[in-house]
Design a protein around this ligand. Structure first.
Ligand code: NJP
Length: 240
């Protein structure tokens, strides 16, 4: 019986790389995101990937995805990102609300919708994409830092609550990863400013580096729980 993996935010960056990587590992992958055109191209390239339009901020959208699934062995809560660079004193409330809605509540909606199927699978794995930002703080990162801390503690709480159930909880916390969308969103669509983020940073991680770690963690034997992997570019050791 082939296993099914659901990856949120699979239309670009880490989510897309993870969808490809899990498909290569033999999973049927349900790839969710809002940009259906991008998912369609991905699915045309990789037949075991099924595109599903998904907005993790909409309960209806999350429920529709869950209702269409026969099974779910792996859930990768990857959809997310940062918005804005302001210091806490100047932060915009609507940015914080948006970051919470996508990163934190989006992961919560997906988790609540799919925990029963992960349990049913007999060896479910839930991956929470946090960040090194979820393990510290940095200036101008306030809302994102807070959201990633919340996702991290959600994963830790879930792991405690699911002791005795056949579900493993894996936290993946990357440092700087050069992806298409992350910096652009953070810089509010200013692509030139976003590109400069990676200038002078020797060897940021690639989406594939993170996807490799996710695939390794979820394919461990059922008795092995990889609690957390913190993955940094070598040059970024011990910083955010
Ligand atoms: O970014 P990007 P990454 N509903 O912008 C989707 C974390 N991280 O791959 O809906 C559903 O290329 C969006 O799809 P679409 C980061 O916090 C990153 O770098 O079509 N999906 C797209 O596929 C995040 O949790 C870095 O626009 C929604 C995807 O999310 C994860 O890695 C460092 C959505 C974002 O892809 C992936 O980010 C780190 C919604 N409402 C952690 N809103 C880094 N890049 O440096 C967005 O530590 N998406």
């Amino acid at each position: 019986m082939r296993k099914t993996a659901v990856v949120t935010g699979a239309s670009s960056g880490i989510g897309e790389a993870t969808a490809r990587r899990l498909a290569a590992e033999g999973y049927d992958v349900v790839a969710g995101a809002r940009r259906r055109d991008r998912l369609g191209k991905l699915a045309a390239e990789v037949p075991s990937i099924t595109p599903v339009t998904l907005d993790v901020t909409s309960q209806e959208s999350v429920d529709a995805l869950a209702a269409g699934l026969e099974r779910c062995d792996v859930l990768v809560n990857n959809a997310g990102g940062a918005l804005g660079l302001e210091q806490v004193a100047d932060a915009r409330l609507d940015d914080w609300q948006r970051m919470y809605d996508v990163n934190v509540l989006g992961s919560l909606r997906m988790t609540q919708a799919l925990i029963p199927k992960l349990v049913e699978s007999g060896d479910g794995v839930l991956v929470m994409l946090t960040s090194t930002a979820g393990h510290g703080a940095y200036e101008g990162g306030g809302g994102y830092v807070a959201a990633k801390h919340a996702q991290r503690t959600m994963a830790e709480t879930l792991r405690l609550e699911l002791v005795g159930q056949p579900v493993r909880i894996v936290e993946i916390a990357p440092g700087m990863v050069q992806t298409e969308g992350f910096a652009v969103t953070r810089f509010r669509g200013d692509e030139e400013a976003a590109a400069r983020v990676y200038e002078g940073v020797p060897g940021p991680l690639t989406a594939d580096d993170v996807a490799d770690a996710i695939a390794w963690a979820v394919t461990r034997p059922a008795h092995v729980n990889i609690d957390r992997m913190v993955i940094r570019p070598r040059a970024q050791a011990a910083q955010h």
